[in-house]
Design a protein around this ligand. Structure first.
Ligand code: ZN
Ligand code: FE
Length: 256
């Protein structure tokens, strides 16, 4: 099973998994990059589309892909989508050619946002987390509360450390500029920021990233640690407990 990041729009990735015969895509905001890839791989057919949340940059290409392929679509049961989809919720599992995908509800960015986690045979697991977790950052809270997002990120952080995190946007370098302002003495973060800058200079994706790296460098997964929580408190006196610290960190990022 192969995992590919198809660039779309300015900074989206449409994640594509394929076997020798079948293709799955996640959050196709635009059909064109997927159709172009399929044209280059005429032996492979698109049979499954996963959607993490209702935003147009994750859903805009679904109807066109379904018209071309008759792929089945799975998306969050708790959200209104502009096309027919099988609704999925917390605890559901999907079977796709010997891969079992587990559905996690991760509200925060949107109210019904879901993520998909699974382990291809003989490979590190994959996590399709949409706009919930980004490398070095997290999604903006458009519909959910800081408490919901903190809980969602806690549950993602509890997945196996070797999990390949497949975020829906290439926001890594700007996230890391903020992370370094919050957590300047973090040597793992300094090293990772250099690695990512090199990748972007070569126009390569910084993703997927392993969950163990994220846990070492992402301030939104480290908001309870002494360096991050102290830094947030120095910036914003309203940061008192775990949730208010996370809320203040998210607000600081919005204004950074
Ligand atoms: Zn979004
Ligand atoms: Fe998005």
């Amino acid at each position: 099973m192969k995992l590919i990041a198809l660039p779309a729009f300015a900074d989206n990735y449409i994640w594509l998994l394929h076997t020798d015969h079948h293709v799955l895509v996640v959050d196709p905001g635009d059909s064109a990059p997927v159709l172009a890839w399929l044209q280059l791989h005429p032996d492979l057919s698109l049979d499954t589309i996963l959607v993490t949340h209702h935003h147009a940059d994750h859903t805009g290409g679904v109807a066109d892909l379904v018209a071309h392929s008759k792929a089945r679509v799975w998306g969050p049961a708790m959200e209104v989508l502009p096309f027919g989809a099988h609704g999925v919720q917390q605890g559901d599992t999907l079977e796709w050619h010997h891969l079992t995908l587990n559905v996690l509800e991760v509200p925060g960015h949107t109210a019904g946002h879901v993520a998909f986690w699974g382990q291809p045979v003989g490979q590190a697991p994959v996590l399709f987390c949409g706009d919930t977790l980004f490398s070095g950052g997290c999604g903006r809270l458009f519909e959910g509360t800081p408490a919901q997002m903190l809980d969602s990120l806690d549950r993602l952080a509890a997945l196996p450390e070797e999990t390949r995190v497949c975020c829906a946007h290439e926001y890594t370098l700007s996230n890391l500029r903020f992370a370094l302002a919050v957590d300047p003495d973090n040597t793992a973060l300094q090293t990772y920021a250099q690695t990512c800058a090199g990748l972007r200079q070569q126009n390569k994706p910084t993703l997927p990233v392993s969950l163990n790296i994220e846990k070492a460098i992402n301030p939104f997964l480290r908001s309870r640690t002494a360096p991050v929580s102290q830094s947030v408190r120095e910036h914003d006196a309203s940061a008192l407990d775990d949730v208010s610290t996370f809320a203040a960190l998210r607000k600081w990022k919005n204004e950074f």
